[in-house]
Design a binder for this molecule. Structure first.
Ligand SMILES: [Zn+2]
Length: 201
C-alpha cells in the first residue's frame, strides 16, 4: 500500500464511492475463489492495477502474480488519468457516452453487481464499436474511471437539446441549451461515420 499523502485518484475514488462499499467479507475459500475469478476477468479485460486493487480484496502481491501469469508481463506503473477532460473531448466523448448509456441501461434493468455491470457494459460497448468498424477509444480502465467520476457527480449524462441523445458532460445547472458534439462537431471533424455507426443519433 502506498503511504503517499498526495490526493491521488485512488483516494478520491474511494471517498466518492465509500457509501455502497460492502463490509469486509469473511475469509472463506469460496470468497477467495470468487475474488480470484473476478481479478482474472478484470485482467483479461485490460484492467490496470489500480482497478484490481479497488475492486478485489486480494493483496497487491497476489494481484501482481495473477497479472503476470495471465498477461505474461508486469503491470504498467503509470498513474491513472486525474481529470475529466479526456471524457469531454469530442471523439472520446462519443465513445464515453455510448458506454455510459449502455451501462445505465444494464444497471437499471438487471440487479447486477456493479463490477458485473461494468464488465458487461464494456463488452457490449466493444461489440458495438467493432461492428461499426471503429477502434474502441475507451479502454476498460477508462470506463471504470468514468463510473467513478459519475459516482462523484463530476460527470453525468445530459440530454442534447437537438438530437435528444444522452451525452457525458460536466454537471450543468441549466442543461436546456446543451448541444452535443455530434450535433455540433468541431469544424475539422465533419460528420464522421462514428455517429451513424454507434447510433447515438
Ligand atoms: Zn445532439
Amino acid at each position: 500500500m502506498t503511504q503517499s499523502p498526495a490526493p491521488t485518484i485512488a483516494t478520491t475514488a474511494t471517498t466518492a464511492s465509500a457509501a455502497p462499499k460492502a463490509a469486509p467479507a469473511p475469509k472463506s475459500v469460496l470468497n477467495e475463489s470468487r475474488q480470484i475469478e473476478r481479478a482474472v476477468t478484470l485482467i483479461k479485460m485490460g484492467a490496470r492495477m489500480q482497478v484490481l486493487e479497488s475492486e478485489t480484496t486480494l493483496s497487491y502481491e497476489r494481484l501482481i502474480r495473477l497479472y503476470k501469469e495471465i498477461t505474461g508481463k508486469s503491470p504498467s506503473k503509470g498513474q491513472l488519468p486525474f481529470s475529466t477532460d479526456w471524457f469531454l473531448t469530442w471523439q472520446e466523448n462519443i465513445h464515453s457516452s455510448l458506454f455510459l448509456n449502455i451501462y445505465e441501461y444494464l444497471d437499471k434493468g438487471a440487479s447486477l453487481d456493479a463490477i458485473d455491470a461494468l464488465t458487461k457494459a464494456y463488452r457490449l460497448y466493444l461489440e458495438q464499436v467493432q461492428a461499426g468498424g471503429i477502434d474502441p477509444l475507451l479502454s476498460f480502465t477508462r470506463a471504470w474511471r468514468l463510473l467513478k467520476f459519475v459516482d462523484a457527480s463530476m460527470l453525468e449524462l445530459t440530454t442534447c437539446s437537438k438530437c435528444k441523445g444522452r451525452f457525458v458532460t460536466e454537471p450543468y445547472e441549466n442543461a436546456k441549451h446543451f448541444v452535443c458534439g455530434m450535433c455540433n462537431p468541431p469544424a475539422r471533424a465533419g460528420k464522421s461515420k462514428l455517429a451513424g455507426a454507434i447510433g447515438l443519433n
